[in-house]
Design a protein around this ligand. Structure first.
Ligand SMILES: [Zn+2]
Length: 193
């Protein structure tokens, strides 16, 4: 019996993560020294694509982990734990993680790839010196800035109080200069202590 056949038997020919029954193939759970059945799961094309490429991640697809995280198969537990960690910025995955229990051996395996350390989900705004900016901070401009769409030049040394952070862009903050709300690049500011 091949690995894939053995996986089909174990999973009753369903994706062990989301339950899909189409486009199934073995997925070796890294880092796996050998491609044994114990170190593999049967996963559909959608799950495999998103495990391989975080750029394709669709958080809602992984609501399926709500069920599959309770699998008795350590390899499935490991994948569920890693994906929940990658998605924990969404909120609900953290709640599931809090309920999850892995035995010591499975836990070490799950941590081996460092998914729980990744902070890709967290957008941090850093000033020109690498200091973390927070909403409400006061920053100083470190060069003269021409404000787009106006004749206004924001002078070097101008203090901008009570900044706000542009949520989706770590390089942008907003603040008021001479009564006008403008977008400022974080690399042109210094946080005031
Ligand atoms: Zn799937």
């Amino acid at each position: 019996m091949t690995i894939e056949q053995a996986l089909h038997t174990r999973s009753e020919s369903k994706c062990e993560l989301c339950g899909a029954t189409e486009n199934l193939a073995a997925f070796m759970v890294p880092p796996s020294g050998d491609d044994s059945v114990d170190q593999s799961i049967l996963a559909c094309a959608v799950c495999r694509a998103q495990m391989d490429d975080p750029e394709q991640m669709d958080p809602n697809h992984w609501r399926c982990l709500n069920d599959s995280m309770w699998s008795q198969v350590p390899a499935v537990q490991v994948v569920a734990w890693r994906m929940l960690n990658r998605l924990r910025g969404e909120g609900w995955p953290q709640d599931l993680l809090d309920m999850m229990y892995l035995d010591d051996e499975t836990q070490s395996w799950a941590e081996a790839t460092g998914d729980h350390l990744s902070d890709d989900e967290v957008v941090r705004h850093l000033d020109s010196n690498g200091a973390v900016l927070e909403a409400g901070d006061t920053v100083t401009l470190i060069k003269d800035l021409n404000v787009k769409g106006s004749s206004l030049t924001a002078k070097r040394g101008t203090a901008v109080r009570n900044i706000s952070l542009v949520p989706d862009n770590p390089e942008h903050i907003e603040g008021r200069v001479e009564g006008q709300q403008i977008v400022i690049l974080t690399k042109f500011v210094k946080k005031q202590k």
